[in-house]
Design a protein around this ligand. Structure first.
Ligand code: GLA
Length: 375
């Protein structure tokens, strides 16, 4: 009798035990081979809440990011490809780290310390996103895998040779991704150089907080009273315009689609928004720059940054010709980018904040993507 009681008590205790809590973790796997025979690795970072960020060494690219909606349903909220081949073929910087200089440099040329430097003109008459083989198209080296109590992540390094893509100086770059227990994806950038060079690094994720469809119903708030207008080739004119009374005023929030097709010369040049917003900042500290709400799912993305500007791009050049994850054809405006950055073409614009990194100095910026839901 006693024996049975012990067995029953034991069985009750075992069956009442709470199932093991999912824990934060990192899964490291192969993502394929580059044609030159180099391996591309993938790191899947997961936190206790089940938020998952996948990063591959090729382009230090964020390939997937699953976050919950207001009912806890997970959805991948970034555009991208399932296979390495997709990234090697026609890839408009989906989730990539962009450098050495994000966005455009007019006519692929600039003068620094009296010397003229010429870069590839890979976007009409201009240089775009670091050139023909920018930082999005190189395989980064894994420098560190991070597993702390409240965060998991990895650091990736890339050494850009002196003269690479026409830029002066050997630039040593480190990008660190951290996924925290409170649903933040932190991106830290660091770079040092041995010769003066322009540097502007960004993360080019295309977000769609509904996971699919047009992004025009997403509601955006931007902490920017000014933006930098552009010419017909999307090079800043050098002016800094107030957003007041224009389609560019997102200060109190509105849907992305509300004014996107307005009869506005600036919007016509971009085919929608493709402009640098000047953040209303008092210091170089981390500040909340943008908040996006997708009303159906209740998913909210906040972008915080230490950088002076943000390129708000509404995926105007997507045209359905690229098939991405889940066989989805990415149509026009099916993703938006909030590329935290220094202003485009700064090396040619004396009134913009300087982007020149000199030997002995450290380029150090941070951007944080915070995910939460509307109640
Ligand atoms: C940036 C540019 C856009 C476009 C995309 C990539 O956002 O400003 O004009 O080049 O990258 O397609």
């Amino acid at each position: 009798m006693r024996f049975y009681l012990v067995v029953i008590t034991w069985a009750v205790i075992v069956s009442c035990q709470v199932p093991e809590q999912p824990r934060q973790m990192i899964e490291r796997t192969s993502f394929g081979m580059l044609p030159e025979g180099e391996e591309v690795e993938r790191f899947q970072l997961r936190n206790t809440a089940g938020v998952e960020a996948s990063i591959i060494t090729y382009g230090a690219t964020l390939t997937a990011l699953s976050v919950p909606d207001r009912d806890g349903i997970m959805e991948d909220v970034v555009l991208g490809h399932e296979t390495l081949t997709g990234y090697l073929e026609d890839n408009p910087y989906f989730g990539s780290i962009v450098g050495r200089y994000a966005n455009r440099i007019a006519e692929g040329a600039f003068t620094l310390d009296g010397e003229i430097y010429t870069l590839a003109r890979n976007n009409g008459p201009n240089h775009l996103h670091g050139g023909v083989k920018g930082f999005d198209k190189v395989n980064w080296e894994v420098a560190e895998v991070i597993e702390d109590t409240n965060q998991v992540g990895l650091s990736l390094n890339y050494v850009s040779a002196d003269g690479e893509e026409g830029y002066p100086g050997m630039l040593t770059v480190r990008v660190t991704y951290l996924l925290t227990e409170d649903n933040r994806l932190i991106v830290d950038y660091e770079a040092i150089t041995d010769k003066a060079t322009p540097v502007n690094l960004t993360q080019h994720a295309y977000f769609n907080l509904a996971g699919q469809g047009s992004i025009e119903g997403h509601h955006l708030t931007l902490a920017a009273s000014h933006y930098t207008p552009v010419d017909s080739t999307l090079i800043p004119t050098g002016e800094i315009f107030p957003v007041e009374g224009t389609a560019f005023d997102f200060r109190s929030g509105k849907t992305i689609g509300e004014h996107i097709d307005h009869d506005d010369q600036q919007l016509m040049y971009g085919g929608g928004y493709d402009h640098n917003f000047v953040l209303d900042r008092m210091s170089g500290d981390l500040m909340p720059a943008a908040t996006v709400l997708e009303p159906q799912s209740g998913r909210i993305l906040e972008v915080h940054t230490t950088k002076p500007g943000i390129q708000f791009y509404t995926g105007n050049f997507l045209d359905g010709s690229i098939t991405g994850k889940g066989g989805v054809q990415y149509g026009r405006r099916s993703g938006f980018c909030l590329e935290t950055q220094y202003y485009p073409d700064s090396p040619n614009q004396p009134n913009f904040p300087s982007t020149i990194l000199r030997p002995g100095k450290v380029y150090q910026t941070q951007t944080v993507f915070v995910f939460r839901t509307e109640e």
